[in-house]
Design a protein around this ligand. Structure first.
Ligand code: GRF
Length: 192
């Protein structure tokens, strides 16, 4: 892959399917993009999403998750070696330690399938439907030591219809995630 001078380098952490990774690769592949994805790491060597990195010839590592500290130490080395400016979590299902966040020292973003601060953690769509919510959505936020609690970068809402179920809601919200994550990254990097 040709490296252009002055491009901001981002790394993506995934755990599974990787549809957000796929959409980010597509977006930042554009010829005049000032951002490039230089590294993809999964905590699961069998993560389906790794295939998107392979296909686009982006350096990728499926690390066996023996322990949090071994995964984080290996990842930190790779992030530093590749001179990464920003780490983006995309369907990454592990919680990063305070030590990792401090040692990395560069910003970290995450995409979350709810309108934060509502529904931190997992099963967001199930909780929104159970509570009879009329609106849900997706949020891109900074990662700090508290789960899904960092400063919000971008949010987009979507209506929950009577006919919606967990599956249909997941599909709708995922579409929004794919739309706002690249935009949030561009917005965030233009300010640092
Ligand atoms: C997304 O909904 C993301 O917000 C959540 O997990 C899902 C991962 O999807 N944390 P994918 O792996 O990007 O397809």
């Amino acid at each position: 892959m040709v490296k252009y001078l002055g491009k901001k380098k981002i790394a993506i952490f995934i755990s599974g399917r990787g549809s957000n990774l796929k959409s980010l690769i597509k977006y930042f592949k554009k010829k005049n993009s000032s951002i490039e994805i230089t590294l993809v790491i999964s905590n699961n060597p069998k993560a389906k999403g790794l295939k998107f990195a392979k296909k686009s010839e982006i350096k990728n590592f499926g690390l066996k998750y023996i322990s949090k500290s071994s995964f984080e130490n290996k990842s930190l080395k790779l992030l530093k070696k590749n001179d990464v400016d920003l780490l983006c979590l995309a369907g990454f299902m592990k919680i990063l330690s305070r030590n990792f966040i401090k040692s990395f020292s560069k910003p970290i973003l995450n995409i979350h399938p709810s309108i934060l601060p509502k529904y931190k953690g997992v099963n967001t769509h199930e909780r929104a439907i159970k509570n009879n919510d009329k609106i849900t959505g997706a949020t891109v936020h900074r990662v700090n030591e508290k789960l899904d609690s960092g400063k919000i970068v971008l949010q987009k809402k979507v209506k929950i219809l009577k006919k919606d179920n967990i599956k249909s809601l997941e599909k709708k919200v995922l579409k929004i995630e794919h739309e706002i994550y690249p935009k949030a990254i561009v917005k965030f990097l233009s300010k640092i």
